[in-house]
Write a protein that binds this ligand. Structure first.
Ligand SMILES: Nc1ncnc2c1ncn2[C@@H]1O[C@H](COP(=O)(O)OP(=O)(O)OP(=O)(O)O)[C@@H](O)[C@H]1O
Length: 242
């Protein structure tokens, strides 16, 4: 469970806060999407959760522990993280890429090999891809590897920052379905950032709608559509549904 209590952050030289007194509770097993226009604070929010960014005030509590009291590096080994640029290590094979966190956690070789095979199967990549390098895979395949790399050590929480942003519409739809399937098979929290309304509403059990560092609405897609809470949300829906 993640509790975000009155979290505030303002970058120097910024005219408005990136996170303006945010309050959210995210329960185990929820797939949450974060939707908002460019610069509204989506990335800052998820980087605050894995301590890549510090916050000015407020509290972030993960599984009843304030992350202030947890070392950032140790925390990030327990939280999956997927970014748009994929970030696979180019000089490492697919198997080595997927094994990064299990290696850091000093898992036994056999356990790592088994896990790599299991994850490749999960994303329908043939076993022989294990020894390929990222450049020998298509963009969509690399994105899939980026996704399962984040799942390798079976983290309880996975943060995904516009992971399908640079992918064509058909592959993207396929990856969205895959993500839903993978999420269904575990009691994990996925927090998925996107600026695409259809993607946010398709994937999210609940959607966080942000504007200028504020949460405008946090609710299920159906409830948001039926009862948009603010003029901003109405406008956002209007653009897509009118
Ligand atoms: N390192 C930084 N230094 C100063 N200002 C920053 C920094 N990172 C982000 N900001 C500012 O904070 C605000 C929120 O940025 P953030 O990256 O969280 O937005 P975002 O919603 O993820 O945007 P996008 O969809 O464009 O990635 C923006 O106004 C941005 O310019």
């Amino acid at each position: 469970m993640i509790e975000i209590k009155d979290v505030y952050k303002k970058y120097e030289n910024s005219s408005y806060p990136a996170l303006d007194h945010i309050n959210l509770t995210i329960n185990d097993g929820e797939l949450i999407t974060v939707l908002g226009t460019s610069g509204c604070g989506k990335t800052t929010l998820i980087k605050a959760i894995n301590k890549l960014h510090d916050i000015d005030s407020g509290e972030i509590i993960i599984d009843h522990k304030n992350i202030n009291d947890v070392d950032g590096v140790a925390l990030r080994r327990t939280i999956g993280y997927v970014i748009q640029q994929v970030g696979l290590f180019p000089h490492m094979t697919i198997a080595e890429n997927i094994a990064t966190i299990p290696e850091l956690l000093k898992w036994e070789k056999d356990r790592i090999n088994k896990r790599v095979d299991e994850l490749l199967e999960m994303i329908d990549l043939p076993k022989e891809y294990k020894n390929r390098y990222p450049r020998e895979l298509s963009g969509g395949q690399q994105q899939r590897v980026g996704l399962v790399r984040a799942l390798a050590a079976d983290p309880h929480i996975v943060l995904l920052d516009e992971p399908f942003g640079a992918i064509d519409a058909i592959t993207r739809e396929h990856l969205q379905d895959e993500l839903i399937r993978i999420h269904k098979n575990g009691n994990k929290i996925f927090i998925f950032v996107t600026h695409d309304l259809n993607e946010a509403f398709k994937l999210g059990d609940k959607v966080i709608i942000m504007d200028k560092g504020r949460v405008e609405q946090f609710d299920t897609p159906d409830h948001i559509k039926a009862h948009p809470a603010t003029p901003f949300v109405k406008k956002l829906l209007g653009v897509a549904y009118d």
